[in-house]
Design a protein around this ligand. Sequence first.
Ligand code: DHB
Length: 562
Amino acid sequence: MAASLATTARAAESAPQGTTNTSESSLDFNPHRYTRQDFVLKGLAVDVRAYEGLPTVRRALEPSYQTLNLYIPDAYFKGGTVGRYNAQTAPIFLPNQVGGYMPAKPGTLAVRVEGPPGGMGMEMGGGGGGPQGPGRGGMGGGGGGGRMGPPGGGMGGEPGTRPGGGGARGAGGPGAGPNAGPSAGPSAIMQALARGFIVAAPGARGRTLRAEDGSWTGKAPAAIVDLKAAVRWLRHNALANGGRLPGNTERIVSNGTSAGGALSALLGASGNHADFERELQALGAADARDDIYAVSAYCPITNLDHADGAYEWQFHGLTEYRNVAVSMLDFRVERTETVARLDAEQQRLSTELRAEFIAYVNGLKLRGAQGQPLSLQADGTGTLRDEIQALLMASAQGALAAGVNVGQRDWVRVKDGQVSALDFAAHVRGMGRMKGLPAFDGLELETGENQLFGNAQTDKRHFTAFSARHSRSEAGAFVADPLTVRQMNAMHYATDSSARPAPHWRIRHGTMDSDTSFAVPTLLAAALRERQLQVDLALPWDRPHSGDYDLDELFTWIEQRV
Ligand code: DHB
């Protein structure tokens, strides 16, 4: 049910917050410059002060993305409480809206209305972070044999503007699967506010942004730098640090889905790491810490430098792949399915990539949830696969207990009310392969990730030695430098003791999500556990590539920890 929202510009002033008469933006929070917005959620009236478009760095390259929308319950300015919190104790929910590594404007407190039948929910007034559908910029796009779209970000949508029609998604992407129909539930932002959280919704630059002089402004690591700048802005202005911003900046909880989930995880893994200092200084970010308290990451598309091998390990032997490009024309959803096959050469490369991944996993020497070493044999079987199989079985068991007839899948066996066996390979076959080969570092530089790893002068580059070696692109000589590749990888910082990681993690990746391998979230969880961090990883039953579908559980999880 859509919540109602009213906006009254009671204290709007003409100059946007942060503008000064010099060319640099001020980073100081002015509590008096806001609009009032109120909404009703489950019968509860919520009155908030909205501070929108706050610059998070002094010298932005892309001022409309390097900003923050801040929503604070009005009660916190009057000595009051909301839910369990007051102005000193309120946790800060930090949802990013990034999809497909595209540019993302900050989320807003938006009303969601029903989308067309079987289609997409639509948000009025911007992205609110509700159950994530194809409104976010996506990775699909249909071009190039089902791979992502043409250069310059032909993603079927203006970057960062998201009323309904945003980016087209690939198969299995939000909106394409069984559970991703119209999503008219209250947004994550509303639910957070109703529970008394302060919401700080950061924007982030993305891979298609370009300055007037033609240089690219949103290539890696721009998006993570922008999220870190937002965290630093919050600490710079915190009451506890002598500022005027209510809320507990030692309880910042990040949230994101897919590319946004990867960035959420990266933000949580890389707290205060020196790798990002140069970029943050150049932009004039606030001088403050950027570690956070908790991470929520839905289907994080992370570990990009090993994701190709992980994909081949999981899908090895499946030669057909299907990609459904979803686009929207005058509120009509169009789905175009591309079916393609890996040719003999690609099948040979699949074997090579799989072997690389097996060596990588065995080199990590991580352990599973029960403390057992995680490894893989040359044929792809092994304890890492068993670990994933156990997660799938737990998911099936949970669904069974909730009344789902999981036994109708011929790869799940139910005996005496318990899931007694599950065939991993049969599940993977049934789900099917979505991406071509390599799944992420395309040999023709055709993927969104290739465009992510461009630089100011170059739109697209390789980012793995494997694809650089096998490149079929004339620009194949261009390879991202190792620092940039590392700066985008949560897995890297999860094992780097000079970063301060978030102590609490909630990672979700649906059992029907084929955008990346199950091994990606599983290894990330294992690396975080190795650091003695608290990790809650689950593979929700039958979920395709999507996020924010279990907000009640998410916020309950958070409230148990803050
Ligand atoms: C997203 C999906 C992908 O398949 C991918 O490779 C990168 C990002 C996304 O939905 O954000």
